[in-house]
Design a protein around this ligand. Structure first.
Ligand SMILES: C=CC1=C(C)c2cc3[nH]c(cc4nc(cc5[nH]c(cc1n2)c(C)c5CCC(=O)O)C(CCC(=O)O)=C4C)c(C)c3C=C
Ligand SMILES: [Fe+2]
Ligand SMILES: [Fe+2]
Length: 344
């Protein structure tokens, strides 16, 4: 029986208060995040991580002192393994997790994958929308770390995969129905933002976010008023907009309620549990935005896990295999992302 390792990539988050500063240091020393020469980037990373430490710790304290990203990703890995065991009984499949800025780092996971002795490896970023700052950074990190056996298949992006779209649509509809189907509610798709210059450099992230949002909105015809916005801005550069904060002000001025759905985040973490549920919820109250509803992230929602299964299946059958429903091909102008699945 063929042995398949699926490597799930995500950002990672601190596992306790003492990990906040080194986690931030790792993030800001990544050239995919700050694109200046290493001689400047390393001291800059040390400075930003020390300045940000206390406020970031306070935010992680709201979640019990640590990021829930790893336990949430472990649940997704277990759900994927269970679903793959049913869908592909012809294979011995095991999922592994490699985080970019905190444990388990790619180096450790690479050793575990090598010990598993796979025939095939599917590299599956838990970022449906490709970005040089996330997907590319994780895949490059992995390429440096892995020296073991197995033929690698790389999943690039899946922003309009059937299960991604269905999973979001279900979460949004359930949230709206549970709140008693309020009228006069605007649906906000809130994605992590990026500096404008990253997009200008050929990063397809924003186009893919908009494609996901349009596909999901088409499946929730009950909420005809919808917009895309961007949160979590960091640093002095101009970021893509409109910002989620501005959209909350606009909703207040226009007297509409909001249903916010995180998009680009496939699990709950600091930017949903603190930023959306505390900071922006308080702002919404101040601005008189009512109701302020928040749809959950995809997590282990069945449709999303099915999307991951289909994506793995397609990656394995790539040569001549049919693309999964909703497969995305980036327009040629986005030079940084070529195809939805590519071999390495
Ligand atoms: C699609 C997802 C993400 C993109 C794109 C992204 C780009 C990006 N992020 C920062 C800076 C920070 N991100 C932080 C946390 C964080 N970011 C993502 C996802 C994306 N980032 C996740 C899932 C998390 C949460 C990790 C967790 O602990 O749960 C943080 C740390 C938190 C904080 O201090 O606010 C920073 C800083 C930049 C600069 C950037 C693109 C240039
Ligand atoms: Fe981030
Ligand atoms: Fe792609």
């Amino acid at each position: 029986m063929s042995r398949v390792a699926v490597v799930l990539f995500n950002l990672g988050g601190p596992d306790g208060p003492d990990a906040v500063r080194p986690f931030l240091y790792n993030l800001f020393k990544d050239p995919a995040i700050i694109s200046v020469p290493a001689i400047l980037r390393y001291p800059l990373a040390a400075l930003i991580s020390s300045r940000r430490e206390t406020s970031a710790q306070a935010n992680y304290n709201i979640m019990g002192g640590a990021s829930p990203l790893l336990p949430e990703t472990q649940k997704q890995a277990a759900a994927l393994d269970a679903a793959l065991a049913v869908a592909r009984p012809d294979l011995t499949v095991k999922s592994f997790i490699a985080m970019r800025y905190w444990k388990p780092f790619a180096d450790q996971t690479a050793q575990e994958v090598a010990a598993f002795a796979p025939d095939e490896i599917v590299l599956l970023p838990l970022y449906p929308q490709y970005s040089t700052t996330t997907t590319a950074s994780s895949l490059q990190d992995w390429a440096k770390a892995y020296k073991g056996p197995g033929r690698a298949r790389t999943v690039c992006c899946y922003p309009t995969a059937k299960g991604v779209v269905e999973g979001h649509a279900t979460a949004i509809r359930d949230t709206w129905v549970k709140a008693g189907k309020p009228a006069n509610v605007r649906l906000l798709f809130s994605a992590h933002g990026l500096p404008e210059k990253v997009i200008a450099g050929g990063d397809p992230y924003q186009a893919q976010i908009e494609a996901t949002a349009a596909a999901v909105a088409a499946q929730v015809p009950e909420l005809t008023d919808w917009r895309v916005c961007y949160q979590s801005r960091v640093g002095p550069l101009k970021w893509i907009g409109p910002s989620t904060v501005d959209e909350i002000h606009v909703a207040g001025e226009q007297g509409v309620g909001l249903l916010i759905t995180p998009i680009a985040f496939v699990s709950e973490h600091i930017e949903t549990l603190v930023e959306l549920d505390h900071e922006y919820a308080e702002l919404a109250v101040q601005q008189g935005v009512a109701p302020y509803l928040r749809a959950p992230a995809l997590g282990v929602e069945q449709a999303f896990i099915t999307a991951l299964v289909d994506t793995v299946d397609h990656a394995l059958a790539r040569a001549g295999g049919a693309a999964p429903e909703g497969a995305w091909l980036c327009p040629a102008r986005y030079g940084k992302c070529g195809r939805s699945v590519k071999g390495t």
